[in-house]
Ligand binder design. Structure first.
Ligand code: CA
Length: 232
């Protein structure tokens, strides 16, 4: 599953340019030009990284950054601030807003991509790794190949995304709503029972014979992928 990047910027041309390049680099992109929307999206559809413009209509980027750092769920979210040349750049440099990095406009998109890659590698290594290995199962993301021991596992597209999300979030209990959101997407019109059906199919594919099932059902809460299922 590609890392999700939220762009908060009111210059449409810049949003288009950045979005285009991020999508071409394989990221999932969400964007908005207003701070109210940004706060809503941060809660409803938490990204893996935020590109945040300093000057926005309404609450400033600084204010949003402060709120990101104050929220328990977003405290460690990587933030790259954008600022116009000369516009408070020095102030921003020393500012205790908690931005991880900042770029002065106009900037090179290649440089922005490099910084995003670096920040994500540190913050969400599971999302950028080419090889994901957990609970005895490996996903080679480049080849879209899933293996368990020497056995190759064939999965449908939904089961593949489901397994990828499970492994990325190993050890964390995931509710059916979270799975729906992250695997099917925010707008998908499927109910929570669909999740159970696909988890059932996924289990059938990844567990053969006496192999341990790494996916544990947590009554009343959802599912968790055990990193070391043998100890379960
Ligand atoms: Ca602006």
């Amino acid at each position: 599953m590609a890392a999700k990047i939220l762009i908060v910027e009111d210059e449409e041309a810049l949003v288009t340019l950045i979005s285009y390049n991020l999508e071409a680099a394989g990221y999932q992109v969400v964007s908005t030009g207003t701070s109210d929307d940004a706060m809503f999206l941060l809660k409803e559809s938490p990204p893996d990284l935020v590109i945040l413009d300093w000057m926005l209509p309404g609450a400033s980027g600084i204010e949003i950054c402060r709120q990101i750092r104050a929220g328990a769920a977003t405290r460690n979210l990587p933030v790259i601030m954008l600022t116009a040349r000369g516009e408070e750049a020095d102030k921003l440099r020393g500012l205790a807003t908690g931005a991880d990095d900042y770029m002065v406009k106009p900037f090179s998109v290649a440089e922005l991509l490099a910084r995003i890659k670096g920040l994500l590698r540190r913050a969400a290594p599971e999302k950028t790794a080419e090889l994901l290995q957990k609970g005895g199962i490996s996903i080679d993301r480049q080849a879209h190949r899933v293996t368990r021991g020497s056995r190759e596992i064939m999965l449908g597209p939904t089961e593949y995304r489901l397994l990828e999300f499970f492994m990325q979030s190993a050890g964390r209990v995931l509710s059916r709503a979270q799975l729906l959101d992250n695997v099917w997407g925010h707008t998908a019109e499927v109910d929570e029972r669909t999740v159970d059906v696909h988890v059932g199919r996924l289990r059938k594919s990844i567990v053969r014979g006496a192999e341990v099932d790494p996916i544990r059902t947590v009554r009343g809460a959802g599912y968790v992928f055990d990193d070391k299922p043998s100890s379960a």
